[in-house]
Design a protein around this ligand. Structure first.
Ligand SMILES: NC(=O)C1=CN([C@@H]2O[C@H](COP(=O)(O)OP(=O)(O)OC[C@H]3O[C@@H](n4cnc5c(N)ncnc54)[C@H](O)[C@@H]3O)[C@@H](O)[C@H]2O)C=CC1
Ligand SMILES: C[N+](C)(C)CC(=O)CC(=O)[O-]
Length: 337
């Protein structure tokens, strides 16, 4: 890989390709952190939807603190992919999760982006080794897996493929840190990375319970938000379970509860996602949402995440208000830039 044209700290221009839920969330994040952002998406209504997403996210971003000079006006939506990446110092790809599409798009991005610029894919689970097969310059392609919404959830999982240069992985990890993210850099590829592998295990069990009429969507959601979810916001499942062993910690916990690993609690083969299960999940979520629209749920989620980040000390608790009424307390997410 030709060495990157600039250090992660010097990046000013970011391109986001694919501007749906996640690409749009990335755009909002990079704008809030003070970057100039170019975006491209082939959908005819993409620009309107993207600007709407950024506008909806902006109050949350003001609340956690914008970087100096940050503005939605620094977004340019381009007519072509080539224009979007022509001047970019970093590229984030967030196109649909289809392997053939990712392969061909990453090859196009590699052909169009300036030499040495790192290109990251938001993929939820494809190993980069499987996606970099058609690119002439696979060495600069990395996975940068975010969490929804990328403008509020800190984590990004970074990992390269077999043909990725280790320097590109290192550069991307540092860049995300400078851009305010919390980074896990993985030494080797793992389908689903770390967090989605864990989430999918829980998700399969949830689908089995609904499919078998063993629990409702509401019971499943309440069981997490009223239970383990409260602990997981600040203490992971391993340390949390160590406390289940009392003074004996994880050792006693394993001796005491280890045998239950073999009891038939889990059914980790995926259930058949047939029409009945699909309808049960959709109806259950509609019931749980009640009269709240998706836009209202997004605002509720954003406020919830901010409150949790504040309560757990990852954002300042106090806000100061400027004469414009906007919170100016700097975010701890992105102070480094
Ligand atoms: N939705 C989620 O919660 C998360 C999704 N991801 C990953 O982010 C990526 C995008 O997913 P979403 O934003 O959910 O999908 P989405 O369907 O909301 O957005 C995808 C966008 O890509 C555009 N697109 C279609 N063909 C394209 C092409 N050839 N080049 C560029 N853009 C194209 C579509 O017009 C659409 O706007 C996927 O790889 C997904 O696995 C990662 C983390 C979370
Ligand atoms: C549903 N999903 C697998 C696309 C979710 C993710 O990849 C991460 C997230 O936001 O939880």
């Amino acid at each position: 890989m030709p060495s990157s044209p600039c250090a992660p700290e010097e990046v000013r221009r970011v391109a986001c390709v694919g501007a749906g839920v996640i690409g749009g969330g990335w755009v909002a994040h990079f704008l809030a952190r003070g970057y100039d952002v170019t975006a491209w998406d082939p959908a005819p209504d993409a620009e309107e939807k993207l600007r709407r997403l950024v506008a909806a996210a902006w109050p949350a971003l003001e609340q956690i603190g914008l970087a100096d000079g940050a503005s939605p006006d620094r977004l340019t939506v381009t007519a072509t992919l080539a224009e979007a990446v022509a001047d970019a110092q970093f590229v984030q790809e967030s196109a649909p999760e289809k392997l053939e599409l990712k392969r061909s798009l990453l090859a196009q991005l590699d052909a169009a982006a300036p030499p040495g610029v790192v290109i990251a894919s938001s993929t939820s689970g494809y190993p980069m080794t499987d996606m970099q097969t058609e690119a002439a310059g696979p060495d600069r392609l990395v996975v940068g897996h975010p969490f929804n919404p990328p403008y509020l959830i800190p984590l990004v999982e970074v990992v390269g493929g077999k043909r990725t240069d280790a320097a590109a992985v290192e550069w991307a990890s540092r860049f995300y840190e400078v851009a305010g993210k919390s980074v896990i850099t993985m030494e080797r590829e793992l389908p689903g990375f770390i967090a989605n592998r864990l989430q999918e295990a829980l998700w399969r069990e949830a689908l089995h319970m609904v499919a078998n009429g063993e629990a409702t969507v509401k019971e499943i959601d309440d069981s997490i938000t009223e239970g383990p979810g409260l602990r997981w916001a600040f203490m992971g499942p391993c340390l949390t379970f160590a406390l289940a062993g009392g003074d004996g910690g994880m050792g006693h916990m394993l001796d005491h509860f280890g045998p239950s690993l073999k009891s038939p609690w889990t059914r980790l083969e995926a259930p058949e996602l047939d029409d009945t299960l699909r309808a049960a999940m959709v109806d259950g979520c509609d019931e749980a949402a009640g009269s709240r629209t998706i836009a209202q749920l997004v605002a509720e989620r954003d406020q919830g995440v901010i409150d949790v980040l504040r309560a757990t000390g990852r954002l300042p608790r106090q806000r100061t208000e400027g004469t414009d009424g906007i919170a100016h307390t700097p975010s701890t997410m992105g102070d480094e830039k």
